[in-house]
Design a binder for this molecule. Structure first.
Ligand SMILES: C[S@@+](CC[C@H](N)C(=O)[O-])C[C@H]1O[C@@H](n2cnc3c(N)ncnc32)[C@H](O)[C@@H]1O
Length: 352
């Protein structure tokens, strides 16, 4: 057994999923959004989950752990004010350090957006490691691309590993020259969604009713596009985007695009079968937000397809509304990337 695990800001548990696959045992998870906490509980158990604000977790409710994972969501991207204890952006960070200091893990892992290293929170982290409560830890950090680790998605995230038992290291990339394609990730998923709505079922988590829990096949749900949207989807060829739409069917262009003929090529784009996908975000069901059209079908990807592109296993259960589940999927650390990180952490613990 590699060790005891605490997940702060746990979301649906994408990161925990990878650590559990590598043999870790979750002993505390904190997540304040009920649908995400319910999804976490459906997969990893409810007994060790605090569904609430991290600030409400009492000192004596924090168990000792070998590893703490998760990072405070970034509030902004400026180092200004990093030293000002009254800055409201310090709040989550202070809570994070409080729990880590109490749990005394051998290793902690922070995942955050790629710009994290130019954020206020990163400056605070360095300050804590240099002269604060984390000064026994040594750090390593880099921006990793999930596609380099076998996830069928280009997703750049900052990973920080802090260790007080030996020099930490990041996992070696395994798939730089042979990335996993969308085709492979969606293998076996039926071409047609099962419908547009989730089944009408609910379970009780944390004393409240939550829609779910839903199996993979049940979240293969699409949307009911307007006639105009459906026509737009049809006008985008394989690998195309909104510029093809502008050429083929200018009559279908919304005014905002007509007036802005330049810009990102991902808007209203189709995924490519033989490449990893673009980053799956929380609104992947809206093709006007990115390259989220199915490679061939005239529709955006479904929740199941997004979960597959994030490398969630098909036995993962989901709770919440369609919007809430999409948010959980888009916010998650791909379980496969988390597993690679967990394996390097397990090696560190073995040696330490
Ligand atoms: C990026 S998501 C985490 C994703 C997660 N690591 C995964 O792999 O699935 C950040 C989470 O922090 C939660 N969160 C933000 N502020 C919080 C707070 N004060 N207390 C507890 N959870 C919080 C959000 O609801 C969100 O689900």
């Amino acid at each position: 057994m590699p060790g005891r695990l605490i997940d702060l800001f746990a979301g649906c548990g994408g990161m925990t999923s990878g650590f559990v696959a590598a043999g870790f045992e979750p002993v505390l998870a904190v997540e304040w959004e009920l649908p995400a906490a319910a999804t976490y509980a459906a997969n990893f158990g409810e007994d060790h989950v605090v569904c609430g604000d991290i600030a409400a977790v009492a000192e004596d409710a924090v168990p000792e752990a070998d590893v703490v994972i998760g990072g405070p969501p970034c509030q902004g991207f400026s180092n200004l004010g990093a030293k000002d204890p009254a800055d409201p952006r310090n709040r989550l960070w202070r809570e994070y350090v409080r729990v880590v200091a109490r749990a005394r893990p051998a290793v902690f892992v922070i995942e955050n957006v790629d710009r994290f290293r130019s954020s206020h929170e990163f400056a605070l982290l360095i300050d804590e490691v240099e002269r604060g409560r984390l000064r026994r830890y040594r750090l390593t950090h880099a921006v990793l691309n999930a596609a380099d680790y076998g996830v069928a998605q280009r997703r750049h995230r900052t990973i920080v590993i802090g260790s007080r038992i030996g020099p930490p290291h990041l996992p070696e990339p395994t798939h730089v020259d042979r990335p996993v394609s969308v085709r492979r990730a969606l293998h076996g998923v039926p071409r047609h969604p099962v419908g547009t709505e989730l089944p009408d079922s609910a379970e009780t988590y944390f004393g409240r009713r939550v829609p779910g829990s839903f199996k993979a096949a049940e979240i293969h749900v699409g949307r009911r596009p307007t006639a105009t949207s459906a026509e737009r989807y049809r006008a985008v060829p394989p690998g195309g985007n909104r510029f093809d739409l502008a050429r083929e069917r200018p009559d279908l262009l919304p005014d905002c695009w007509r007036n802005k003929p330049t810009g990102t090529t991902d808007v209203m784009g189709r995924l490519w079968w033989d490449q990893p996908s673009v980053t799956v975000r929380t609104e992947f069901y809206k093709p006007e937000k990115g390259r989220y059209l199915h490679p061939e079908e005239h529709r955006p990807i479904t929740h199941l397809e997004a979960a597959r592109l994030q490398s969630f296993p098909d036995d993962f259960l989901w709770c919440g509304s369609k919007v809430a589940i999409a948010k959980q999927i888009g916010n998650a650390v791909p379980p496969l990337l988390a597993r690679r990180i967990a394996e390097t952490v397990a090696e560190l613990l073995d040696r330490g």
